[in-house]
Design a protein around this ligand. Structure first.
Ligand SMILES: [Fe+2]
Ligand SMILES: [Fe+2]
Length: 282
């Protein structure tokens, strides 16, 4: 099968999938998590605090820096799908907030952790979420008709944040929790969130591939330029030496190499589908 034959779902199909995949963040059972939380040791609690606070810092950024893309839609079907993605992101925040309120049940300590991870955020994380994402979103809001601005934004948001960083975090955090039979309700909700994210990523890969096909003089360079800007920070934020605010990889029992291979493998596959192989970037 050549790259041309790979069938990606268009926005209408993704919209229909969304209709079939509704879930309620308030009905995921959390009773077992509440019991476990009371018995959990400080190391595991620290890990959960870290996961939740980094997810919340990231979700806040990606929820408030998304509307520009909805306004830059190319077809009615695309506008429809993108509005479902915005609802999904709000639903994800609702689940994390409920988990804090009902399981950790100590709003102050979560707020303190979010603030601390905000204060201690690694320079790489800050570069991606506070500098590049904000700039790419502002540029798109100012130029909704400009294809290069839209391609740059989707490269950053769907290909890097949701795929390379998001899928990697999901895999290693849920592997750890499942392996230790910990927090089944959190794993359940986070897995539903992950299912939504795969739909979002499907849109991103579809959009980038269409753009590369239809506008070969604009889109491939826009993708490569964005990746050149971001990849050093991405590599740093996935590395064990990322310092305070970064992932506590030792606690997850995973090597930096495993994490890098997983992240890079996924990015390589998606870029092949898009038609801009990773090796053409540098
Ligand atoms: Fe999300
Ligand atoms: Fe998402």
């Amino acid at each position: 099968m050549t790259g041309d034959e790979i069938q990606l779902n268009d926005p209408q199909t993704l919209y229909e999938r969304w209709e079939d995949a509704q879930w309620n963040p308030f009905t995921v059972p959390l009773e077992r998590d509440q019991e476990q939380w009371d018995e959990m040791g400080e190391t595991d609690r620290g890990l959960v605090y870290w996961v939740l606070s980094s997810l919340m810092v990231a979700e806040e950024r990606i929820t408030t820096k998304f509307s520009g893309l909805v306004g830059a839609y190319g077809s009615e079907e695309e506008a429809t799908f993108l509005s479902t993605q915005q609802v999904d992101e709000a639903r994800h925040m609702q689940f994390y907030a409920r988990f804090q309120n009902e399981v950790i049940a100590d709003p102050d300590s979560v707020a303190a952790h979010v603030n601390r991870s905000r204060e201690q955020i690694s320079p790489a994380f800050e570069q991606i979420f506070d500098v590049e994402l904000v700039a790419a979103h502002e540029q798109l809001v100012a130029n909704p008709e400009d294809l290069a601005s839209k391609v740059r934004f989707v490269t950053l948001y769907h290909l890097i944040l949701e795929s390379t960083l998001g899928l990697t975090t999901f895999k290693f955090v849920t592997d750890y929790l499942k392996g230790n039979e910990m927090l089944p309700g959190f794993v359940d909700g986070y897995s539903k969130i992950h299912h939504d994210e795969t739909r979002h990523i499907g849109y991103g890969v579809w959009f980038l591939r269409e753009s590369v096909r239809d506008s070969p003089e604009i889109a491939p360079d826009a993708i490569r330029g964005m990746l050149r800007t971001l990849l050093p920070s991405v590599a740093e934020s996935l590395s064990p030496s990322s310092g305070p605010g970064g992932p506590d990889l030792d606690a997850l029992g995973v090597s930096g190499e495993e994490i890098r291979d997983f992240a890079l493998g996924g990015l390589t596959r998606r870029l092949d589908i898009v038609g801009v192989p990773l090796k053409s970037v540098f």
